[in-house]
Every structure is written in structure tokens, then in C-alpha cells.
Design a protein around this ligand. Structure first.
Ligand SMILES: Nc1ncnc2c1ncn2[C@@H]1O[C@H](COP(=O)(O)OP(=O)(O)OP(=O)(O)O)[C@@H](O)[C@H]1O
Ligand SMILES: Nc1nc2c(ncn2[C@@H]2O[C@H](CO)[C@@H](O)[C@H]2O)c(=O)[nH]1
Length: 432
């Protein structure tokens, strides 16, 4: 529950003297939302040894599609040996939309399938009851088969490997996409996993329809690269795909290397910026990077120490706000990095979904920009077209902080927003 809190002392008189930057409290603010295209998956999390991974023909660190027989054999063994730790709603985009909604308290429209008849206690039931009420499930497409299961197998080294029993998760049809909602969205988000759907499954076609609608209406298209193995199979396909459709790209350092050939994250971000406008690259225990463009006229110098990497003084302009390259008269590439929040948690329960958490924070910042623009169009903030509300540096801090929160819990889905006291994240840093 939110408490009434303190009230503003200061009022403006005459009314023309009022601050144009403040939101009108009397007027119902215009809302904004984001849309996502998801494969409906429940995560079945189990602690296993390497031998089990090999014996079931899985690949460590990868997300592998398995058939029904293999899924039944795996499930039976996990059950019999009592290796299952938790079962919770999952799926990269399902997690991201849930976390976005939890952080922002704004609407996230989920385009996905759902079982037509749901039994209490079933996986479909678990999925819906683990999903934030701010995730709009009104447009789910009913299907006759079960939703997908994602066996999330954690080996002693902390690595997680996925085995996907897809069920009907890829049966989304293009007709389930609501163009009116995509057109008005602050972002459209989807994962590279969609593109491995089999013949006869149309979720990839549904995504293409939604992307075309987004592009035609200048809605940012956000792609997260699911696993490096998928990208490695055909990096050129993904480079072309990103160049054609994608505004914002989220990936970890392994996916970045598979896509660009660069192991160094700054080099990989630099290469990816030839195909898209903004990059979020997470690097596990080394923190994360944001990289993108700003117009030379809008550059803001950092107040932090300059840092050298493969690009000298790479963070010089990290206080600038990300822009689309096409919106810059003179685009300048900008990079920012942050080490894990407080050095990372003392005990990591599970790294599963830490990257999804970081992306949710970035989406929150993008949606906040749209919300502010809709409600305070005259603000100096919107004298130029930016993709985000905050600077590269601030987005790094926020994304990192959200990842930390995911690391200290089992589920990849946040159970609450960040603490109110951290409205200024800076304070939390210094207070420790
Ligand atoms: N071992 C760790 N110690 C400290 N922080 C970590 C660690 N692992 C991850 N993080 C934090 O979580 C963020 C995201 O992690 P990571 O790069 O592992 O994401 P990912 O591989 O995309 O994960 P997933 O695919 O499961 O969502 C990092 O940028 C960092 O802030
Ligand atoms: N959509 C989707 N999510 C996956 C796949 N494999 C693993 N994940 C999800 O990745 C999440 C962690 O990033 C987990 O919650 C898994 O459910 C896949 O093939 N498709």
C-alpha cells in the first residue's frame, strides 16, 4: 500500500507562473503501455549434476528444444530423484513484461497463447497467478494444447541450462496482434527465441506483423538475444535482421561475441551500433554496459572519472540521453559501464533472469520518457527526440540495481518494485 505521504507546500500564483515541468495533478494523466510477444513457459527449476545434462543430450548453458518423449523422461527423473526446487512462471519476455509492470506500475500487454481450459493447480494456472496484475492478459490467444515447460537445470558451477518442451507456446497467430495497441506502445519487445519456431507454428509471423506496425509508427522495437548458440548458427542473419527491424538490442557478452565476433563488450557494442540505435550488454560479474547515440549538440560530459577501454575515455559523454541515430544531426557514439551493484550480493540464489531484469529497467526508462512527453509535451526534455528519460549512466545504475534484486531471489520475476527510498539511487550507494 502506498501511504498519503508528504504534500507540496509550494503553490503557484498567479496561475501563469506555474512550473511547466510539473505534471498537472488535477488532470487524469495520459497513460502509456508497452507490448511484448512471448512464448508462454513455466520454469521447472532443478539442481542437477553435469552427468544428467549429458545423459539427456542437453548442452550446458544452452536452451535446447526437446520432444515429448525426452521431456517426459527428464521430468520423471527430476521428480523421482526429488531434484525440483521450484516451479514458477518464466519465458524471457513474460519475465520482462512482469518485471516492467512491477517496477513501473504501468500496463504491459502480453501477446501470447494460453490454454483454453485452465485447471486449478495446472501450469497454465501457475503462469497466470505468478504474473503481475498490471500485465494485460486480455489479448491472450486461446489454444487447445498445453503451454510450454522450461526445465531450468542449475549445475553446481551456477550455470543454467534450459530444456524446452514447447507445447503450444509457438501457436500464436498474426491475427492475435492488436495493431492499435502496438501503434500506441512505448516499445514492442520480443526475444530471438521466437525465430526458431517450426513449420506450421506462426509466432515468428506474428512478431513480423507487430514489428512492421511498430516501425511504421516509430515505436521502438526491442530485441533480446536469448542464447549464444542460436546466434552462432547464423550471425549474418541476425545482423541483417537487427539492421532491418531493431531499435534497441539487449544481450549478454556471449551473445554479443556470437553476433559481432568481438569478445570485448565495448567493441561488440560499437559493432552492434552499426545495426541498431541502443545496446544493453550485460557481463555477469563484471556488470553491464549501455551504448548508443546522442546528437553532438545534446552531449553532456560525465562528472565521474574518465575510463579507458578499447575506446579511450569511453564514458566521456555518459550523462547524455540515448537518441535514435536518425534523430541526430551529428550522431556521436556513447558508452557507459557499471560494476555490479554493491559488488554483487553476498549470496546469489540464482542468476536466472538477471539479464531480463536489466532489460525491464531499460524499458521502464523508455516508457517513462513517453509518459512524460505525453503529459508534459512542453518540457525542455522534449526539445529533442530521445529514446529514454534518463542518461546512459543513470540507466546503467537502474538496470544493475534491478538485476541485483533478481539475483537474491529464486524466481526471475520480481515480487515487488524497488524500495521507495531509492528514488535517488545515489543515496543508496553512499549510505552503505
Ligand atoms: N556473479 C555475479 N555477481 C554480481 N553480479 C552479477 C553476477 N551475475 C550477474 N550479475 C548482475 O546481473 C546482471 C545480468 O547478469 P548476466 O549478464 O548474467 O545476464 P544474462 O546472462 O542475460 O542472464 P539471463 O539470461 O539469465 O537473464 C549483470 O549485469 C550484473 O549486474
Ligand atoms: N521465450 C523463451 N524463453 C526461454 C527459452 N529458453 C529459456 N527461456 C527463459 O529464459 C529465462 C531466463 O532468462 C527463463 O525464465 C526461461 O524461461 C526459450 O526457448 N524461449
Amino acid at each position: 500500500m502506498k501511504f498519503p505521504g508528504q504534500r507540496n507546500q509550494k503553490h503557484y500564483f498567479p496561475v501563469e507562473a506555474r512550473d511547466p515541468e510539473t505534471l498537472e495533478p488535477q488532470i487524469q494523466p495520459k497513460r502509456t503501455h508497452i507490448c511484448g510477444i512471448a512464448q508462454t513457459l513455466v520454469d521447472i527449476e532443478a539442481r542437477v549434476d553435469d552427468e544428467l545434462i549429458t545423459r539427456h543430450n542437453l548442452v550446458k548453458g544452452n536452451s535446447v528444444l526437446i520432444n515429448d518423449d525426452a521431456a517426459n523422461a527428464l521430468y520423471r527423473e527430476l521428480k523421482e530423484r526429488e531434484l525440483i526446487v521450484e516451479e514458477h512462471a518464466g519465458g524471457t519476455i513474460g519475465n520482462t513484461l512482469h518485471n516492467f509492470a512491477t517496477l513501473s506500475n504501468e500496463r504491459a500487454v502480453l501477446f501470447a497463447v494460453m490454454e483454453r481450459q485452465i485447471e486449478i493447480g495446472s501450469y497454465a494456472y501457475k503462469y497466470l497467478s505468478n504474473t503481475s496484475s498490471k500485465v494485460d492478459v486480455s489479448y491472450l490467444q486461446p489454444v487447445d494444447g498445453p503451454i510450454g515447460r522450461c526445465f531450468t537445470l542449475i549445475t553446481p558451477c551456477g550455470e543454467r541450462s534450459f530444456a524446452i518442451s514447447k507445447g503450444a507456446m509457438d501457436k500464436l497467430e498474426p491475427s492475435a496482434i492488436r495493431p492499435d495497441l502496438v501503434r500506441e506502445a512505448g516499445a514492442l519487445v520480443f526475444a530471438s527465441y521466437l525465430m526458431r519456431s517450426a513449420d506450421g507454428d506462426n509466432i515468428d509471423q506474428a512478431a513480423l506483423v507487430a514489428m512492421a506496425e511498430a516501425k511504421a509508427n516509430k515505436v521502438p522495437v526491442v530485441l533480446t538475444l536469448g542464447t549464444r548458440f542460436l546466434i552462432e548458427q547464423d550471425p549474418q542473419f541476425w545482423r541483417d535482421f537487427i539492421a532491418e527491424h531493431v531499435t534497441v538490442l539487449a544481450m549478454n557478452e556471449e551473445e554479443a561475441e556470437a553476433l559481432t565476433g568481438h569478445r570485448d563488450p565495448i567493441k561488440a557494442c560499437e559493432a552492434a551500433l552499426e545495426w541498431c540505435d541502443l545496446v544493453l550488454c550485460t557481463v555477469g560479474p563484471e556488470g553491464l554496459y549501455t551504448a548508443g547515440y546522442s546528437d553532438r549538440l545534446q552531449l553532456r560530459e560525465t562528472e565521474y572519472e574518465l575510463r579507458n577501454g578499447s575506446v579511450p575515455a569511453f564514458n566521456r559523454y555518459e550523462f547524455s540521453r540515448p537518441m535514435r541515430r536518425e534523430d541526430c544531426a551529428e550522431p556521436v557514439k556513447i558508452y557507459s559501464h557499471i560494476a555490479p551493484y554493491l559488488g554483487g550480493p553476498l549470496a546469489i540464489l540464482n542468476t536466472n533472469g538477471a539479464g531480463d531484469g536489466a532489460l525491464a529497467a531499460l524499458l521502464h526508462d523508455m516508457a517513462a520518457n513517453r509518459y512524460h512527453k505525453l503529459n508534459v509535451p512542453g518540457s525542455s526534455k522534449h526539445a529533442y527526440d530521445a529514446l529514454c528519460y534518463s542518461s546512459f549512466s543513470q540507466i546503467c545504475k537502474y538496470a544493475n540495481r534491478v538485476s541485483y534484486e533478481v539475483l537474491i531471489q529464486h524466481s526471475p520475476r520480481l515480487s515487488r518494485a524497488l524500495p521507495e527510498r531509492e528514488d535517488s539511487l545515489e543515496e543508496a550507494y553512499w549510505e552503505r
